[in-house]
Design a protein. Structure first.
Length: 114
């Protein structure tokens, strides 16, 4: 079993920054892929940025240069640094971990005001 707990969401003005954290209940060293996903009202969940156990990252073009994923294996935590936020980034952000099965956190709300 693996539990994921997100934190760091909130309300921010357009152009601002937030850092999301995802704390795992056990070591993330060997987890195939971890990442951040988001779901806006009325829309499907989409991938934001992911990172493999080998440190390879993958992200949507619309986040390029604005969002950065990182992980601290010693702390069993994955981060998402979000800069130059836009109103369209408003969504619930979820942490996910793929290890034969996809585990999800409960999500954290990010609201960007214009």
């Amino acid at each position: 079993q693996l539990q994921l707990v997100e934190s760091g969401g909130g309300l921010v003005q357009a152009g601002g920054s937030l850092r999301l954290s995802c704390a795992a209940s056990r070591s993330i060293f060997s987890i195939n892929r971890m990442g951040w996903y988001r779901q806006a009202p009325g829309k499907q969940r989409e991938s934001v940025e992911t990172i493999t156990s080998g440190g390879i990252t993958n992200y949507k073009d619309s986040m390029k240069g604005r969002f950065t994923i990182s992980r601290d294996v010693a702390k069993n935590t994955v981060y998402l640094q979000m800069n130059r936020l836009k109103p369209e980034d408003t969504a619930v952000y979820y942490c996910g971990a793929e290890q034969g099965f996809t585990y999800w956190g409960q999500g954290t709300q990010v609201t960007v005001s214009s």
